[in-house]
Write a protein that binds this ligand. Structure first.
Ligand SMILES: *Cc1c(COP(=O)(O)O)cnc(C)c1O
Length: 449
């Protein structure tokens, strides 16, 4: 689990950092290391009580281990503990954050967007919808009924009306339903999810943009999960068409802590038109306008923000630049391949039925069963039995009608079906499909007993 090189790299980085402060009178905080050691031992023992998120046999929720460089850079910066709330609090790390934002913007084809890092996708989407409400006061927000639940909740927080749009059999927003809702005339912003959390489906952005233009409506892209896949070469034609049009939307959310190899606490909001910065204007006497230059704390709803996140992301983007055909984009291709071969293996298996072909790296499937209730019960059994064998999955509740598109003979004796869901985010998943399938097959047999 721990590569000893990591500890050495951290030590070397800390030594270099300390050199910058050598001219100060010595000041080293002291503590009782025996006492600390004893408590750390307890903490580490407590932490053993986790699912093995870092391991390829964890094939459940959206959990991807941070890259070693992100962990080390993050830890190194904690000895200074910068706060990117203002330039005074996070002098170097604010500059690093700006460089990260420029590179993230460039990934979507934007030059110098207004943007900053956030605690995560939720706060980033909050800022996007807040600006949406300022520019289209009182107007409705539309998002897919498979969009992250945060959009309806944030609309409620912001006092904006919200409507959910039906999805088609691929899990993508239904264009006819959008058109019908647009005709009412009260829509201000459409949220297109670029890789939804449940299924990894990419909403048809090209068509959404055309509809939005016709009705003078804004478009926000929630690419918290899928944003980085624009760099991959193996996305299918439909998704590719959506990624090409991201450059035209009004705002984008992307989560470096999802596919960007970062520790939690790293989301990002980008606005195409830097002019929206005027809505953030405040005149708190506590923020230190220490320079005429814009600092990102002035255009963020959150005040204190971890400079460490910016340092970690900066280091990661240096090692793995956000370019097509680079090492990072290839690792995304590995995840896409893993999901596709997993889907094929499930098609070949008599014990399981997969639903839609994965558009990104999320695979949804269910144990073969005659009716919805039995399928749900078997999914729950497989989930538990696989965990006993060290394979960790996730579950998802889907409308029976959607499941029946893929399993037409399934008897609908309940409104929803509990299915299994595996997010194959780790590029290594590609070479672990054999043991994963073997445990799944055994679990399916046992689940029938
Ligand atoms: C994860 C996710 C969010 C929420 O982001 P957090 O970082 O968990 O706050 C929003 N939208 C989508 C599409 C997501 O996948």
């Amino acid at each position: 689990m721990i590569n000893p090189a990591e500890i050495k790299l951290l030590e070397a980085a800390l030594q270099r950092l300390a050199e910058g402060f050598e001219n100060l009178p010595d000041f080293t905080p002291q503590f009782d290391s025996n006492e600390v050691a004893a408590i750390l031992d307890q903490a580490a023992t407590r932490m053993q009580d986790n699912y093995p998120y870092h391991h390829p046999m964890y094939a459940g929720q959206m959990l991807k281990p941070p890259h070693a460089i992100a962990r080390i850079a993050y830890a190194m910066s904690l000895w200074v503990n910068p706060n990117n709330h203002a330039l005074d609090g996070g002098k170097a790390s604010s500059g690093m954050e700006k460089e990260c934002i420029e590179e993230l913007g460039a990934m979507f084809g934007w030059r110098q967007p207004l943007g900053h890092l956030t605690g995560g996708g939720t706060v980033a989407n909050l800022e996007a919808l807040w600006i949406a409400g300022r520019l289209r006061p009182g107007k409705r927000i539309l998002a897919s009924d498979q969009a992250h639940y945060t959009h309806s909740r944030l609309s409620d927080v912001l006092g904006l009306p919200f409507s959910a749009v039906r999805v088609d059999e691929h899990g993508r927003m239904d264009l006819a339903h959008i058109e019908q809702l647009l005709k009412v005339g009260d829509v201000g912003t459409i949220v297109a999810t670029i890789g939804n959390t449940a299924l990894g489906a990419v909403d048809p952005l090209a068509e959404i943009i055309e509809l939005a233009r016709e009705h003078d409506v804004r478009v926000h892209a929630d690419a918290a999960y899928g944003g980085y896949f624009g760099l991959a070469s193996k996305v299918d034609a439909a998704a590719r068409a959506a990624y090409r049009r991201l450059v035209e939307v009004d705002s984008i959310v992307v989560d470096p802590h999802k596919h960007g190899l970062q520790p939690y606490g790293c989301g990002c909001i980008l606005f195409r038109d830097a002019d929206v910065g005027r809505f953030y204007k405040h005149d708190s006497p506590y923020t230190y306008f220490s320079s005429a230059e814009l600092h990102l704390g002035e255009i963020s709803l959150e005040c204190s923000r971890p400079g460490a996140s910016a340092v970690a992301l900066w280091a990661t983007q240096k090692l793995l630049p956000l370019v097509q055909d680079g090492e990072f984009s290839k690792s995304l291709d590995h995840s896409l391949s893993a999901a596709r071969s997993f889907h094929e293996r499930l098609v070949a298996s008599v014990a399981y039925v997969p639903l839609m072909k994965p558009e990104l790296d999320i695979v949804v499937y269910m144990p073969s069963a005659a009716d919805a209730r039995l399928a749900s019960a078997r999914s729950r059994r497989v989930f538990a039995l696989a965990a006993e064998q060290g394979l960790h999955l996730a579950m998802i509740e889907l409308p029976t009608a959607l499941v029946q598109v893929y399993v037409p003979e399934l008897v609908a004796n309940s409104a929803t079906v509990t299915c299994l869901r595996s997010v194959l985010m780790k590029p290594e998943h590609n070479s672990w499909l054999e043991p994963i399938m073997s445990i799944l097959e055994k679990a399916a047999t046992a689940a029938r007993e």
